[in-house]
Design a protein. Sequence first.
Length: 364
Amino acid sequence: MKLSYSYHVFQRGSYGGISRYFYELATRISLFDNIDVEILAGSYSNKYLNNNIAYPFVKGFYLPHIPKTSLFVDYFNYFYSKSLLIFSKPDIIHETYYSHKRLAPSKYKTVVTIYDMIHEKLSDLLTDNYRLTAAKKASVDRADCIISISQSTKNDLVELFNVDPNKISVIHLGYSLQSKSSSDLPILKSPYILYVGSRNSYKNFNRLAIAYASKKEIRSNFKLVCFGQQPFSDAEKSALTRLGLDESSVISMSGDDNVLANLYQNASAFVYPSLYEGFGIPPLEAMSFSCPVICSNTSSIPEVVGDAGLFFDPYDSDSIAESLQKLLFSSEISEALIARGKERIKSFSWDKCAMETKAIYESL
């Protein structure tokens, strides 16, 4: 079997959850007998493809992102990939992101992965909904098989796009964060609550900040650490000031995987307040480092976390605050969640994801 992964997600940025998914998937699929893998990368800015493990499968060249060139790069990669397909003649094309345009001739089987239905479910919070939804719908309509990364996302896809459920296979993601540091000494000396990722719209950081500010007992004993690529904006700083908070109590941090692993290892709790997630890898990462999880009771999050988390209503800051207080001041609850988390993560791995995806390819 010859298998091609499309360029789409690899031209979008240096890192990211979706490109990590395809890196983990492609490198594992390539290890199976009788499967020939290639990544039609073209001009790519993604750092995962520069990894020695992935590099043998990459058809293209690395070019750091240049502002205002996205449209040109997309056109180049489309026609570059079309020319490669003339010679490679794959059995299956796995499209890595949504596109209006069909990349492969109709004689080739096409697979697409649907990550979430956030833009359709929470359209009032997000921009550019029409263009993304139209591209997603086109990708779904031409696919021979659709992979959904959670049952929750599959249910939303069936409801919103009226897709035949039999055309959709649910395959959960894995997790792979590991600490390469020999030191387990905490980066921060004070006890803290950990938040990971962007803080925009549906990620619901604003209600978490309100919850944190509302409980003096929590503020007095725990910092709130926000790990992500973006420092606090002026608007965020102003919002925190209005809540009576400052950057000594709510701390912005960034760094590599070692820094993140250290923060998980030493946090009193990991909090995940999203209004919607298509899957949600950070709770699994937290569990793998024995960090108790407090999280939203919406979308796919209960499906992923199972009985290994303490749930709250993400639309209610009082519910968030009460859950934080319940966990942070009870060693019994914390230890129980850590133990359940150790069991829960056994159900998720990239190897399992690759095996189940391989079965989809073979069925085509």
